[in-house]
Design a protein. Structure first.
Length: 421
């Protein structure tokens, strides 16, 4: 297995271009099967999760070409409607096929997604919404067996859960509703930029969706959708990760090809720490400081502070002046990175879904282990600033969501190489 070897203490300077958004492209790839003909999707990042989605599309019978950040998906050959466990266990986002399969083929058989290190990852909201639309859902032998032989009928669906809205449940139900008879209302829909990108993609295909970007979506069922060309939005989580790389190393980085307005809550917080971020139309230039203040973070559904930047922000706060309190409201167990950060010299105490971080002067290089995508990025950020050498093992987690991560960091002056464990 691969590992990163990082010699810390180098300030990062230069420019980095952000790749297309993982969390936008995955539901869009699934939704492309709703179209007749060949869909073309641009700005697609070369990530493990994208390759997994391609494997599932191919397994279902679609024809997929992926060349130079552009995907070509021809779904006319789809003749399977199930997703076996071996696909779903590696990537929860494969659940994004549930809505499109039921909408187009009126059936789907899907392995229940397993849990993961960030939490139990239930899908009760997905199932509830599909049942409201008239799908008959059974759970047997770890599989969801969905049947809608009489088609789906538009309904009012309240999609709020104990943790607020659900991103992929909103994506699934929007897709399920596009061919439903009549009008579907989804109240408490997720408003993440990735959900908006999917809604705009569906609308470009001919879907009738109003309230896009709001928690109140209205979808008027149509008969068919046409295939279109689409360009995926930039990855706001990768953007935040590179801004933190500039800030934690007290360097200066211009993060290009990003959408600054997707990061309001994050930029508010890093500015509160005393870091300067100059925003342009499609770039953010971060100028690091030799010290920064502590701040408190509460993760919330968009436009609140994104849970996917919580671990990376925590690495940054470990070196702040003062005490920071991080409360994880989306995935209360999403703290697997805490013990590894403490191995690097951080001083973090966990109390349920809250972490208390007492700022320390420095990190000390050590061997640490990646455990999930965003926790891995947090460990790399810490390693960039640690005295001496840090080894991050199991970096296959990172390959799922960061394109050319070490190359982009090397181009900014980081001493990071890939080795074999
Ligand atoms: C999406 O996951 C993202 N993944 C996650 O990013 C992100 O952390 C999450 O949204 C929250 O923003 C993709 O888009 C591929 P949720 P999703 O349903 O949709 C609870 C990354 O690192 N819930 O919005 O699966 C759930 O337990 C990944 O890129 C239910 O209770 O997350 C959580 O507490 C990690 N019942 C909350 O809702 C359900 O049926 C939000 O989860 C569904 C979710």
């Amino acid at each position: 297995m691969e590992k990163f070897e990082i010699n810390g203490g180098k300030k990062l300077f230069g420019e980095v271009e952000i790749s297309g958004s993982k969390n936008a492209v995955l539901p869009i790839m699934a939704a492309s099967i709703l179209a007749e003909g060949k869909s073309i999707i641009h700005n697609v990042p070369r990530l493990e999760d994208v390759f997994t989605m391609i494997k599932i599309l191919t397994y279902l019978g679609a024809n997929v070409k992926f060349d130079n950040q552009t995907l070509e998906i021809d779904s006319s050959g789809i003749n399977k409607f199930d997703a076996p466990y071996e696909f779903v266990k590696t990537m929860r986002a494969s659940i994004s096929f549930l809505g499109p399969l039921i909408a187009k083929f009126k059936k789907a058989e899907f392995s229940l997604p397993g849990g993961c290190v960030i939490g139990s990852r239930p899908i009760d909201l997905h199932i509830k919404g599909l049942q409201e639309l008239g799908a008959d859902i059974k759970i047997s032998d770890g599989y969801i067996v969905a049947d809608a032989e009489n088609g789906l009928k538009g309904r009012y669906i309240f999609l709020g859960g104990n943790f607020g809205s659900s991103v992929l449940a909103t994506c699934n139900l929007m897709c399920a509703a596009v061919f439903a008879q009549g009008e579907t209302i989804i109240e408490f829909a997720a408003c993440e930029p990735e959900v908006i990108d999917l809604a705009l993609y569906l609308s470009a295909m001919g879907a009738k969706i109003s309230g896009i970007g709001s928690p109140y979506l209205k979808i008027e069922g149509v008969k068919t959708l046409k295939s279109v060309e689409w360009t995926v939005i930039p990855d706001r989580i990768e953007t935040g990760t590179f801004i933190l790389a500039g800030a934690i190393t007290s360097g200066k980085i211009k993060v290009k090809k990003c959408q600054p307005y997707h990061l309001g809550a994050f930029l508010e917080k890093i500015t509160a720490c005393g870091i300067t971020c100059e925003k342009g139309k499609d770039y953010i230039e971060v100028s690091g400081k030799s010290f920064w203040q502590a701040t408190d973070i509460v993760t919330l559904p968009y436009p609140g502070f994104p849970t996917d930047l919580q671990a990376q922000m925590m690495a940054f706060l470990c070196l702040a002046d003062g005490v920071s309190v991080v409360t994880e409201k989306i995935f209360p167990e999403r703290f697997i990175h805490v013990s590894e950060l403490n191995r690097l010299g951080a001083n973090i105490i966990l109390n349920g879904a809250t972490a208390i971080i007492r700022g320390v002067k420095k990190f000390y290089g050590a061997k640490v282990m990646a455990s999930d995508l965003r926790a891995s990025a947090a460990l790399v950020l810490a390693g960039l600033m640690a005295e001496g050498k840090t080894e991050v093992s199991r970096i296959y987690h990172l390959r799922r969501g960061y394109e050319n991560f070490e190359k982009k960091l090397q181009n900014l002056g980081a001493e990071i190489i890939t080795g074999k464990e």
